[in-house]
Design a protein around this ligand. Structure first.
Ligand code: M6R
Length: 604
């Protein structure tokens, strides 16, 4: 949460910072600000709202300088206001921060005597600390400060008396850096740097990064030079732009077939899933007696699909755990547990803490992650990267379907390795996975139909998703997608559970999106749909093509192509994403930047 950027080089810093912040805006958009070292000293501009609001303000105040820092905020500590916007300045220090300083009270008590704060933020207290410790040697100051600061942080700091240099340090919160012909760059995410270079590195924790106009370097807390481990992204600026689509979300929905191909194909050898290239040995699947899938939000919903697949095909117990719960519950895991953590960003704080907990208990850890070089990817024993490319919209779409694809591949490999499925069955699975991928286009072809039918949802206040098995997992995902971007209250229910209380909320005209793609429980689903119809529900039904459905049980009927039960989630997810997207569009909302949310949740 919060996007930060720093630059020292040959360009106008304000331009570089604002353009970079536009790419980082998905990390928070409560306020934005920049500070530039100019001939008149350090000058800052801040605005409440997104980077657009900052740009408006910058029209009134032009300043020149080629070194500076910029921040886009998701408020944690202190409300949404201009005084709480970053950069924060105290004495000779101007800084930006992503994270939370947990011991801000103690720091204030120890170092704040006689001082006055202008904001309600923990960050300003951190600036005070840096200023208090500063005696003309930035690196020494940072070393002392990090020995005092508790919590998570990524800081970019400029010192009033040291021109053209940005100093950076981080703990937990991400920072990547790069050198290009235009100068030295640092940012929360590589999307802000991609206009200048595709080669970058992740700033290791406990190192200080120094950005100068003509060079950058890293040193550890003992002053030793550290060689960065370079990474390369294989996408360019166009991948992180809207490319003619009105929103990132709809662009990303349309990118799914390609994302799926990019995720699946590199893992296929002789029509079988194969993880040799990522050095995931079959041996890790052999000695385990349980699997825990740990994640948050949409990634956790992908995990719920994974549980059904793995238990059905590998016959091993699988638990799906909400990371923020798992990390505090002393889970029963050991060296015979495979812990699969799933995260698009690879930075979600609770998922990361769960991974660390799993490792401390000697479990085998495997991460399904989209962002290359992210903390979760680097810290887990094994990584299966999804190749969705950058996902900018806060509502996760393509990252979800590729997570499901990765779980299908893992299931296939594990079913083969454990002897539960023979080679011919696995090869057939691969054919079916290709059909599921192609079915994305068939779901996308229903875009106009969904655009039309969602007109009836736009005025509704409550909505329900129901399903069984895999379709219950899809219901959870459909529901989070709809509520996060349309602000319509919605709940996902296991269809058979509805009678145990919630059916009292079904009255005339309440929409129920009934997902009935699973042949194995189809008849049961139809009974549940009849029950809500009998109480006046407005039913949008999703089934496979070719099944017999009585027209009296639905108001609208959407279909996916005929597929075996395990392969339906991908095309179904696309329909649900389109329902959420167009409902939000009809309500005139900011689809890509829903209120109160941020793409990457790096605070507890
Ligand atoms: O980056 P991650 O996959 O770890 O993020 C997890 C959730 O924060 C994320 O999936 C969130 O639920 C999405 N905004 C939902 O669309």
């Amino acid at each position: 949460m919060c996007g930060i950027i720093g630059f020292s080089g040959s360009l106008e810093a304000a331009d570089v910072l604002v353009t970079g912040l536009e790419q980082l805006e998905y990390r928070g958009y409560d306020s934005a600000g920049i500070a530039v070292q100019s001939k008149q000293g350090i000058q800052s501009v801040k605005a409440v709202g997104n980077v657009g609001a900052l740009k408006e303000k910058l029209k009134e105040k032009v300043f020149h300088g080629s070194c500076g820092i910029g921040h886009t905020r998701w408020a944690t500590h202190g409300g949404v206001s201009e005084v709480n916007a970053h950069p924060h300045q105290f004495g000779k220090i101007t800084l930006i921060h992503n994270g939370i300083i947990e011991n801000y009270k103690e720091i204030w008590e120890e170092y704040g005597a006689g001082k006055t704060l202008v904001s309600q933020t923990d960050t300003e207290i951190a600036a005070l600390l840096f200023d208090k410790l500063y005696q003309g040697k930035p690196e020494e100051t940072i070393k002392k400060a990090v020995s005092i600061l508790e919590g998570s942080y990524a800081f970019c700091i400029i010192f009033e008396d040291i021109p053209d240099i940005v100093y950076c340090v981080r703990k937990v919160s991400p920072l990547v850096a790069a050198r290009a012909k235009e100068g030295s760059f640092v940012a929360s995410d590589v999307t802000a740097l991609i206009a200048y270079t595709q080669d970058y590195f992740v700033l290791p924790e406990e190192t200080i990064l120094v950005l100068k106009q003509d060079t950058l370097y890293l040193e550890d807390l003992d002053g030793n030079q550290v060689e960065p481990e370079m990474l390369h992204v294989n996408w360019d600026t166009t991948a992180a732009q809207k490319n003619g689509y009105p929103h990132y979300m709809i662009k990303e929905i349309h990118e799914q077939a390609e994302a799926l191909r990019n995720t699946i194909l590199p893992r296929i050898k002789d029509n079988m899933p194969n993880f040799e290239a990522e050095q995931i040995p079959d041996s890790i699947f052999k000695g385990i007696d349980q699997i825990k899938i740990v994640a948050c939000g949409t990634a956790m919903h992908a995990g719920m699909v994974g549980k059904v697949l793995l238990e059905k095909r590998v016959r091993i117990p699988v638990g799906v755990e909400i990371a923020s719960e798992f990390r505090y519950q002393n889970p029963i895991i050991n060296e015979k547990t495979l812990v699969i953590v799933i995260s698009q960003s690879g930075e979600t704080i609770d998922t990361l803490a769960s991974l660390r907990l799993a490792k401390s208990k000697k479990a085998i850890t495997l991460a399904i992650v989209n962002v290359k070089g992210s903390t979760i990817a680097r810290e887990s024993d094994y990584v299966l990267y999804t190749h969705a490319g950058p996902e900018i919209a806060v509502a996760s779409t393509k990252a979800y379907t590729v997570q499901i694809a990765a779980l299908v591949l893992l299931t296939m490999r594990m079913a083969y390795v454990s002897g539960m499925s023979d080679i011919e069955v696995i090869k057939k699975d691969y054919e079916l996975l290709k059909l599921a991928e192609e079915a994305v286009h068939i779901s996308l072809a229903k875009e106009e139909e969904i655009k039309e039918l969602t007109n009836i949802l736009k005025e509704k206040e409550d909505l329900f998703f129901i399903g069984r098995g895999i379709d219950y997992a899809l219901s959870c995902e459909g529901s989070i997608k709809l509520k996060e971007i349309s602000y319509i209250h919605s709940e996902a229910y296991a269809a058979g559970e509805l009678k145990h209380g919630t059916i009292s909320l079904i009255t005339e005209g309440v929409p129920v999106i009934a997902i009935a793609t699973q042949e194995s429980v189809y008849a049961k689903m139809i009974s549940n749909i009849r029950e809500v119809r009998a109480r006046g529900a407005l039913v949008i039904l999703i089934t496979q093509e070719g099944v017999e459905v009585e027209p009296s049980i639905y108001n609208y009927h959407l279909t996916i192509p005929k597929l075996p039960d395990e392969f339906t989630p991908i095309p179904t997810a696309v329909l649900l994403q389109l329902i959420a997207y167009y409902t939000s569009v009809h309500r005139g909302l900011n689809v890509d930047q829903p209120r109160n949310l941020a793409k990457s949740v790096t605070v507890e």
